[in-house]
Ligand binder design. Structure first.
Ligand code: SAH
Ligand code: MG
Length: 208
């Protein structure tokens, strides 16, 4: 993936939870999907996935909506395994990845492509009416959270569009099951077909 406007941009300079092959996959899939309409991600954190998806959308003159309350998931909270003190707002006594996220957008010159939606996913979805060519779910990993993301956004994917779900671990020994559970729900709905998984990135295409 190259940023046409910022060739010196180094994606490794963005904190995040995305393997290189998954990022490359997001970019390639979004390059095709964004020809059909706007894209949306749930769970931006510091903007790593946002840059991959946003670069593709920018190339197609498309828009990427980036939904995150920027207060972190369970594992990012103070004292938890993936807590990052640099992203902690001591005044508010809360996680805040939004400042870093904005900085990423600015450095990658994606401010006219990416629309940050700073809200809980289910709140952002409440009045959502825009058909989406690609939805990438990478938010909270509690089952209720993942289920709410699936129920909020899957219905907005257009036929031929893509539903991407991060952190798919078919073997429970490798990781939490909520993302895999919603992946299986999507398949069982009959509305989606599975395309090859990229590392832990589940790829589904809406068929009906
Ligand atoms: N895609 C990112 C990683 C996302 S980490 C990357 O490429 O690095 C998960 C993110 O989901 C966190 O930033 C957290 O704030 C957000 N999140 C968790 N639950 C959420 C919810 N219910 N609504 C909105 N954002 C949520
Ligand atoms: Mg993830």
């Amino acid at each position: 993936m190259k940023l046409l406007q910022v060739p010196e941009f180094d994606i490794q300079s963005v904190k995040g939870f995305l393997a290189d092959d998954e990022g490359e996959g997001l970019y390639q899939l979004a390059l095709t999907a964004s020809q059909m309409g706007p894209c949306l991600e749930v769970g931006s954190y510091c903007g790593k996935s946002t840059v991959y998806l946003g670069a593709a959308c920018q190339q197609q003159g498309q828009t990427l909506f980036a939904v995150d309350h920027h207060r972190g998931s369970e594992e990012h909270q103070l004292g938890e395994e993936y807590h990052d003190p640099e992203l902690y707002d001591g005044q508010a006594q809360k996680m805040d990845s939004f400042r870093t996220f904005r900085d990423t957008l600015q450095r990658a010159r994606l401010e006219y492509t990416v629309v940050p939606v700073v809200a809980p996913s289910a709140v952002a979805a409440r009045h959502w009416a825009t058909p989406l060519a690609l939805v990438f779910i990478d938010g909270g990993h509690a089952l209720e959270t993942a289920l709410a993301d699936y129920r909020s956004w899957a219905a907005h994917v257009i036929p031929g569009g893509l539903l991407l779900i991060h952190d798919i671990f078919p073997d429970p020994a490798d990781g939490g099951q909520a993302p895999y559970d919603i992946y299986k729900l999507a398949l069982a709905s009959g509305l989606f077909e599975a395309l090859p998984t990229i590392n832990t990135l589940g790829v589904l295409r809406r068929i009906a």
